[in-house]
Design a binder for this molecule. Structure first.
Ligand code: PLP
Length: 392
C-alpha cells in the first residue's frame, strides 16, 4: 500500500455531504427543498455581474492579480470599513482570498504552530475544527450552550491547564444566529488582549443581523485577524472571494504564504466584486426576505420540532432542538429527506457531542420554499409524536 497522510483523514463536512446527497436525489427526479446549506438562492448583484462582464471583455485583465488582490478591490474594502464601521484601514492591511475559507488556512498557518491549542465556541462552524485537525492544531471546544444564552464562556478558558494560543469567534454566528452586542464583542477583544490570545473574528455574516448592529473586532483588538467575504450578504458564494484584515505582525507571512499557496484570487471575479459595495439596496431586499423566511419557520414549525431553539438574531440559520423527537439527529435528517424531501443538516456537524439533539435549517432560500418546508416538516413531526405529546 502506498502511504496516505493521517492528518488529512478529518471528519466529513456534513452540510456539504448533505448538499451532495440532496442534489443526487433531485437529479433522480425527487422534489427537494434545500435547507441544508448556507447559500442565498439569489444571484450576485446586477452591478457585480455587469462589472464582471466588462472585465471579461477586457483581455488585459485575464492574468493573475497581485497575491494580495486587485488594488481597486482592496481600496473598496478599506472604504467599506471606513463607512460601515468608522474603522480606518488601507490596502496594505487587506488581503483578498479565495473565499473566506482559504483565509482560515492562512490565519491558522501564520498564527499557530503544530500542537498549539485553539478554542472554538461549540456549537460552531465545522470547517474551523476540521481544518485545524489537518494542520496539526488542536481545537478545544469552548461551550456556548443554551443555558448560557449560547455565549462562549470565556471564564472556562481560565480554568484550563494552559490558555489557548487562539480563540475563534463568529458574530452573527453559525449555527446559532447569536449576534454579539458591541459590549460583548469588546469584552472578548479585551480578554484576548489581556491574556495574549490571538483572536480570529469571523465576520462573514455581517450585514445579516435582524435587530442589532454588528461591529468589527478590528476596532478593539489590533492583534486580531479579521476574516470576511462576499459569500453571504453579497450573495456570491460561487465567486469564491473573501478577505482578511491582517494585523501588522502577520502581513508579511500571510502575503508570502498566499502567493505560494494560491498565487492570487480569480482576477476577473475581483474586478466584478468592486461593484458589490454599491449594491446595498438590492442586497438589503434579500435581508428583508431572510427575516420573513425566519419568521415563517419560527411561527409555523411545530413546537416539538423547534424545541429550545437558538436565537436566530443573525445569519440565516435556525438551530432547532429536536430532542423531544429524537436522540439521533443524523438518522432524523436522513428520514426527513427520504420521507418528505426536506434537506437539513444534523447538529453533529457543529457539535460532535451534543449535536445529536439539534438540526440546522438554512432560511437563505425562497420564501415559497419555507412555506412548503413548514408543511412537510410538520407532517413529519406529527408522525413522530407520542400519544402523550399529541394530547399535551
Ligand atoms: C461561519 C462561516 N465562516 C466561513 C464560511 C465560508 O464561507 P466562504 O468560504 O464561502 O467565504 C462559512 C460558510 O458557510 C461559514 O458559515
Amino acid at each position: 500500500m502506498i502511504k496516505c497522510s493521517n492528518r488529512s483523514d478529518i471528519p466529513t463536512f456534513l452540510a456539504l455531504e448533505g448538499m451532495r446527497k440532496a442534489q443526487e436525489l433531485e437529479a433522480a427526479g425527487h422534489d427537494i427543498i434545500h435547507l441544508e446549506i448556507g447559500q442565498p438562492s439569489t444571484a450576485a448583484p446586477e452591478a457585480v455581474t455587469q462589472a464582471l462582464v466588462a472585465s471579461v471583455a477586457d483581455t488585459g485583465t485575464h492574468g493573475y492579480s497581485l497575491p494580495l488582490g486587485v488594488p481597486a478591490l482592496r481600496d473598496a474594502i478599506a472604504q467599506h470599513y471606513q463607512s460601515q464601521y468608522g474603522y480606518n484601514t488601507d490596502r496594505r492591511a487587506l488581503a483578498v482570498t479565495v473565499g473566506s475559507s482559504t483565509a482560515f488556512a492562512l490565519a491558522f498557518l501564520t498564527a499557530f504552530d503544530v500542537g498549539d491549542k485553539v478554542a472554538l465556541p461549540t456549537p460552531g462552524y465545522p470547517a474551523y475544527r476540521n481544518l485545524m485537525l489537518a494542520l496539526g492544531i488542536e481545537p478545544v471546544a469552548l461551550p456556548a450552550r443554551a443555558e448560557e444564552g449560547w455565549m462562549p464562556a470565556l471564564e472556562e478558558m481560565e480554568k484550563w491547564d494552559e490558555l489557548p494560543a487562539g480563540l475563534i469567534i463568529a458574530s452573527p454566528h453559525n449555527p446559532t444566529g447569536v449576534v454579539l452586542s458591541e459590549a460583548e464583542l469588546k469584552e472578548i477583544c479585551d480578554w484576548c488582549h489581556k491574556h495574549k490570545v490571538r483572536l480570529i473574528s469571523d465576520e462573514i455574516y455581517h450585514g445579516l443581523a435582524y435587530d442589532k448592529p454588528t461591529q468589527t473586532a478590528a476596532l478593539y483588538n489590533e492583534d486580531a485577524i479579521i476574516i470576511s467575504g462576499f459569500s453571504k450578504y453579497y450573495s456570491m458564494t460561487g465567486w469564491r472571494l473573501g478577505w482578511m484584515v491582517m494585523p501588522c505582525d502577520l502581513r508579511g507571512t500571510i502575503e508570502n504564504l498566499l502567493a505560494n499557496l494560491f498565487i492570487s484570487s480569480p482576477t476577473m471575479n475581483q474586478l466584478g466584486a468592486v461593484a458589490a459595495f454599491s449594491a446595498t439596496e438590492e442586497l438589503d431586499a434579500h435581508v428583508a426576505r431572510y427575516r420573513e423566511n425566519r419568521d415563517i419557520l419560527l411561527y409555523g414549525l411545530h413546537p416539538a420540532f423547534l424545541g429550545n431553539h437558538a436565537p436566530c438574531d443573525g445569519a440565516f440559520y435556525l438551530y432547532a432542538d429536536v430532542s423531544a423527537l429524537t436522540d439521533d439527529s443524523l438518522s432524523f435528517a436522513k428520514a426527513l429527506i427520504e420521507e418528505e424531501g426536506v434537506a437539513v443538516t444534523s447538529g453533529v456537524d457543529f457539535d460532535p457531542e451534543k449535536g445529536h439533539h439539534f438540526v440546522r435549517l438554512s432560511f437563505a432560500g425562497k420564501t415559497a420554499d419555507m412555506r412548503e418546508a413548514v408543511r412537510r416538516i410538520n407532517r413529519f413531526t406529527e408522525r413522530l409524536l407520542s400519544p402523550q405529546q399529541k394530547s399535551a
